[in-house]
Design a binder for this molecule. Structure first.
Ligand code: NAP
Length: 211
């Protein structure tokens, strides 16, 4: 399996490289800055490509079976960048992946992206951007998995999660556990599923098998 990670230098992305590489999956890390290449290769990335989600990513997508999108404009930029990266960048990557013959696209979205008005007003633009990208992916014809984690933490991994197509209570989960879930989703060849995700009591593989 050839996997392209968009957002590979991010906090989830860096952890995900190690998990996939440990399974001998060929990982291509997509980054904006070539200076990040060495450290990502040390984590296990087989290739590093420089591309910006706001531009042409077609070279990075050549030969990839699976794309994992875990990029984001982050909390320190304004709503404009959220739309540029989390929404339009994701939508553009879906379209380019389809054009390049990619088989499956795994999206790191967010809880509440499927119901932006359920969250705080100051976060509405973020949930809407994520939700618009998710809808585009769902309708794209690509095999898709949409993972909607709750608030991300830097806590150590528990290896146990709660997931559901729709969860009423907001919760949190460590980035390490999200990276583990993404790696398992890739390995298990899951497709055409979407779920909210927080810390819970069920081992990751068991929870995914019940999807
Ligand atoms: P992160 O550490 O901020 O990583 C985001 C990555 O996206 C960075 O490596 C960044 O590149 C990259 N990026 C930003 N703009 C880009 C562009 N135009 N082209 C290419 N790459 C670009 O994020 P994280 O903590 O790992 O979170 C990953 C995902 O979880 C995001 O999609 C986020 O929306 C989602 N999420 C977050 C929360 C939360 O509580 N924070 C909750 C649910 C879901 P640089 O390294 O060059 O800056």
């Amino acid at each position: 399996m050839n996997v392209l990670i968009a957002g590979a230098n991010g906090k989830i992305g860096r952890r995900l490289i190690s998990h996939l590489a440990a399974d001998n999956i060929h990982v291509t890390a997509m980054v904006r800055d070539a200076a990040q290449a060495q450290s990502l290769k040390e984590l296990g990335a087989a290739d590093v490509v420089v591309a910006d989600l706001e531009g042409d990513c077609s070279e990075a997508l050549k030969g990839q079976n699976t794309v994992i999108f875990t990029a984001g404009s982050g909390p320190h930029t304004g709503p404009d960048k959220t739309v540029d990266v989390d929404q339009n960048g994701a939508i553009s990557l879906v379209d380019q992946a389809k054009a390049q013959g990619t088989d499956r696209f795994i999206m790191v979205s967010s809880m509440r992206a499927d119901d932006p008005s359920s969250g705080p007003d100051k976060m509405r633009h973020y949930f809407e951007a994520k939700g618009n990208a998710d809808k585009h992916l769902r309708d794209s014809g690509l095999g898709y998995v949409i993972v909607r984690p709750g608030r991300l933490t830097e806590e150590p991994p528990l290896g146990k999660i709660k997931l559901a197509e729709k969860m009423d209570d907001f919760g949190e989960i460590s980035r390490e556990d999200v990276a583990n879930v993404l790696a398992e989703v890739a390995r298990m060849e899951i497709r055409n599923r979407e779920f909210d995700l927080i810390t819970g009591d069920t081992p990751i593989r068991d929870a995914l098998q019940r999807l």
